[in-house]
Write a protein that binds this ligand. Structure first.
Ligand code: XMP
Length: 600
C-alpha cells in the first residue's frame, strides 16, 4: 500500500516525542519525526504537524523562532505541553512559570470540538509540566480544564482555534495513561485528512534493506542478552545477511536472572552453532562495582566494562573490524539524553561514551533504535519469531546491578526535613509514614530526580491518596507500602552488589516469576522488577528489604501500578520473607512519573 503523506512530529526534546509518532503509527497513520530546524519545505509536505513537549523550563527559549516559522504553515497543528504553550503564546496568549501538575488528572471538556469526538465529558489524562497557559489570544477558546482529585481547577488544559486549525493540550495524550489520548490523536489525524496506510510489515523490507546497506560486506558482531530486542535484531541479521557473516556474543555479567545465561546459551547455540560465543565475566563486574553507590556511576562502569569485554572477545576472535550490532531501542536513547534536547534520566549501558565514540566512527549497527518495545514485538511477529520470545518482560541492560542498591552507611542529609514535610501533611488514622534513608531515581517534568521513598504502613493506601501525595510532597519521588512485619526503625546497611546480595535478589525474583507463571499472570503486568534495598527493618545488622515493582505500561515511558490478586501476594510475600536476611517486603505504588520503573 502506498504511504499517505505523514503527520510530522516536531521533536522539541520531551521524553515523549517518539512516543507520539509511535502512537500514530499504532493507529495506522504514517508519522515521522523532525527537528524544529528541519527545512521548512520538508515539514510543509506533511498533512499535519504535532509539536511535542520539552524539558526547557521556560516556554521562552532558543527554540522559539524555529517553532514560530512552523506555526505559520497553513497546516493543521496540534501541540502538547510545551508545544501547547508555544501555540498559546504565538497567538497572543500568556504562559507563566508555575502551577505545576504531575501524574494523572481529570480533564473536563468545557466546549465542543471535533478534536474531542468520542471522548466523554470527563476522562483521565497524564500531566507533567511546570509552565502553564493562563490566557489565550483572539480566535482561541478554552475547550478543557483539569483537576487532580478534588484539587484546584487548572484552566486552559486544552485550547483550540477551529478556524486556524490549531489545537493545544497541556497534558500528554500520547501516553497510555491518558485514557482517551489515542481517540484524540485519531481525531487529529482525521482532521488532517490522513489515511490509514501504515502497519508493522512496512518496517520489515526497510529494515532488512538498511542492514544490507549499512553492513556493506562486513562481518557483524551482535551482543545478545536473551531479551526481545536483541533476539529481534538477531533474527533480522540472520534474514538480511549470509549466516557466516553473523557472529553473536553473550556476556554473563553476574547480574543476569537466575539460570538466564545458561538458557540464552542453549537457545543461541541451537540457532547459530559455533558462531555463538559465551564469556563469564562476572568476577570482573563484581570487582569493578565494589564501593560504588551513585546509580549513574554504576551504569557508566557496567557499560564501559561491558564494551571492554566485547572488544577483547572481538579481538580474540579476529573480528575487530566487524560492526558491533546492538538491540538498542528508542527509550534507551531518549532517557540517556541521546536526542539533542532531552535531559539525562538514566544512561542506558548501550549509550555510554565508548559506544558513542564507536557510533561516530561508523562502527555500530542499531537496526531498531527508532522503535518502541511494542513496535519491536510487532516486528518480531512479522519476522515469525515464536510468541515465547516476543512476550518476555523487558529486562534492563545493566541487569540486576541496577536492582541491588548500594550504600556507604551514610544517611541522606535531607532525611529530617523531608520527614518533617511528610509529618506535616497529615495521614489517615492507622497509617504510619516513614521516609526511607536512601535515594532512588525518578523523573519529574522531563527532568531526572534523585529523591527519597516514603514507606506507608497500615491498611493499603488509597490510589488517589498516593497520587496526590506524590504530587505535593517535597523530596519524595516514590511511595511504597509495607507488606512485611511492623517495624520500629529502619537502618542503612553499608554494602555493595556482592554475589551474596545478587543471589538473594535472584531468589526473590525467581519466586515472583514462578508465582506469576503459576497463576497465569505474566500478561497481567508489563514488567515486574524486584529490587533489593540496603535497609534493615529489624535488629538484623546485615538485613535487607525487597521491593516488588509490578508495572503496567506499553512502552516503559510511563507506568501505572496494576491490580494483582491477593493470592499472588499470599504466595510470594511469606516465601521472600523466609529468604536469609530479608527483613521486609515492600510494594512500590508509584506511577511513572514521578517514580521511574527501575530504582536506578
Ligand atoms: P525506567 O527505569 O527508566 O525504565 O522507568 C524504563 C524501561 O527501560 C528499562 N531500562 C533499561 N533497558 N538498558 C535497557 O535496555 C538500560 O540500561 C535500562 N534501564 C532501564 C526498564 O527496565 C524499563 O523497562
Amino acid at each position: 500500500m502506498t504511504l499517505h503523506r505523514p503527520i510530522t512530529v516536531i521533536d522539541l526534546g520531551g521524553q515523549y516525542a517518539h512516543l507520539i509518532a509511535s502512537k500514530f503509527r499504532g493507529l495506522g497513520y504514517h508519522a515521522v519525526i523532525a527537528d524544529p530546524e528541519a527545512p521548512l519545505e520538508e515539514i510543509a509536505k506533511s498533512c499535519g504537524v504535532v509539536l511535542s513537549g520539552s524539558p526547557s523550563l521556560s516556554a521562552y527559549d532558543e527554540d522559539g523562532s524555529a517553532v514560530r516559522r512552523i506555526l505559520d504553515l497553513p497546516l493543521p497543528i496540534l501541540g502538547f505541553c510545551f508545544g501547547h504553550q508555544e501555540i498559546a503564546k504565538h497567538y497572543g496568549g500568556t504562559v507563566i512559570h508555575g502551577q505545576p501538575e504531575y501524574g494523572p488528572s481529570t480533564l473536563t471538556i468545557t466546549r465542543e470540538s471535533p478534536i474531542f469526538r468520542g471522548v466523554p465529558e470527563k476522562s483521565v489524562v497524564f500531566m507533567s509540566h511546570g509552565d502553564t497557559v493562563t490566557a489565550v489570544g483572539p480566535g482561541f477558546h478554552e475547550i478543557g480544564t483539569s483537576a487532580a482529585g478534588d484539587g484546584p481547577v487548572h484552566r486552559f488544559a486544552a485550547l483550540a482555534d477551529e478556524e486556524r486549525r490549531r489545537w493545544g493540550f497541556q497534558y500528554h495524550p500520547e501516553v497510555d495513561d491518558s485514557v482517551y489520548g489515542h481517540v484524540m490523536l485519531g481525531n487529529f489525524a482525521e482532521l488532517c485528512g490522513c489515511e490509514k496506510t501504515w502497519d508493522a510489515a512496512h518496517l520489515l523490507p526497510e529494515k532488512l534493506e538498511a542492514i544490507r546497506r549499512d553492513a556493506a560486506g562486513r562481518d557483524v558482531f551482535l551482543l545478545v542478552s536473551g531479551g526481545v530486542d536483541s533476539s529481534v535484531v538477531a533474527e533480522l541479521l540472520l534474514q538480511a545477511l549470509p549466516p557466516e557473516r553473523v557472529h553473536m556474543l553473550h556476556v554473563d555479567t553476574g547480574f543476569m536472572r537466575d539460570q538466564e545465561s545458561a538458557e540464552v546459551r542453549r537457545l543461541f547455540e541451537d540457532r547459530v552453532g559455533e558462531r555463538f560465543h559465551f564469556v563469564d565475566a562476572s568476577a570482573r563486574f563484581f570487582e569493578a562495582l565494589a564501593g560504588v553507590v551513585a546509580p549513574e556511576e554504576k551504569r557508566r562502569i557496567i557499560g564501559e566494562l561491558f564494551i571492554t569485554v566485547c572488544e577483547e572477545e572481538m579481538s580474540r576472535l579476529s573480528l575487530s573490524d566487524a560492526l558491533l550490532a546492538q538491540g538498542t531501542i528508542y527509550p534507551d536513547t531518549i532517557e540517556s539524553g541521546g536526542t539533542r534536547r532531552a535531559h539525562v534520566i538514566k544512561t542506558h549501558h548501550n549509550r555510554v561514551p565508548l559506544i558513542e565514540e564507536m557510533i561516530r566512527a561508523g562502527r555500530v549497527l542499531e537496526p531498531i533504535a527508532d522503535l518502541y518495545k511494542k513496535e519491536v514485538r510487532d516486528l518480531g511477529r512479522a519476522l515469525g519469531l515464536p510468541a515465547a520470545w516476543i512476550d518476555r518482560h523487558p529486562f534492563p541492560g545493566p541487569g540486576l546491578a541496577v536492582r541491588v542498591l548500594n550504600a556507604d552507611g551514610r544517611v541522606p542529609e535531607e532525611l529530617g526535613s523531608v520527614q518533617a514535610g511528610v509529618d506535616a501533611a497529615g495521614w489517615p488514622a492507622g497509617v504510619t509514614a516513614t521516609v526511607l534513608p536512601l535515594r532512588s531515581v525518578g523523573v519529574k517534568a522531563d527532568l531526572r530526580s534523585y529523591e527519597l521513598p516514603l514507606c506507608l504502613s497500615g491498611p493499603r493506601p488509597d490510589e488517589d491518596l498516593v497520587a496526590a501525595r506524590l504530587k505535593t510532597l517535597t523530596g519524595i519521588n516514590r511511595i511504597v507500602w509495607n507488606l512485611g512485619p511492623a517495624f520500629d526503625r529502619v537502618t542503612v546497611v553499608p554494602g555493595d552488589c556482592t554475589p551474596e546480595r545478587v543471589r538473594t535478589l535472584q531468589a526473590a525474583d525467581a519466586l515472583v516469576t514462578a508465582a506469576l507463571r503459576g497463576q497465569g499472570l505474566m500478561d497481567a503486568v508489563w514488567q515486574f522488577p524486584v529490587v533489593l534495598l540496603p535497609l534493615s527493618f529489624s535488629d538484623d545488622p546485615a538485613g535487607c528489604a525487597v521491593v516488588l515493582r509490578p508495572v503496567s505500561s506499553e512502552r516503559g515511558m510511563t507506568a501505572r501500578v496494576p491490580g494483582l490478586p491477593q493470592a499472588f501476594f499470599d504466595q510470594v510475600v511469606p516465601r521472600i520473607l523466609a529468604l536469609a536476611g530479608v527483613t521486609t517486603v515492600l510494594l512500590d505504588l508509584s506511577t511513572k512519573p514521578p517514580g521511574t520503573i527501575e530504582w536506578e
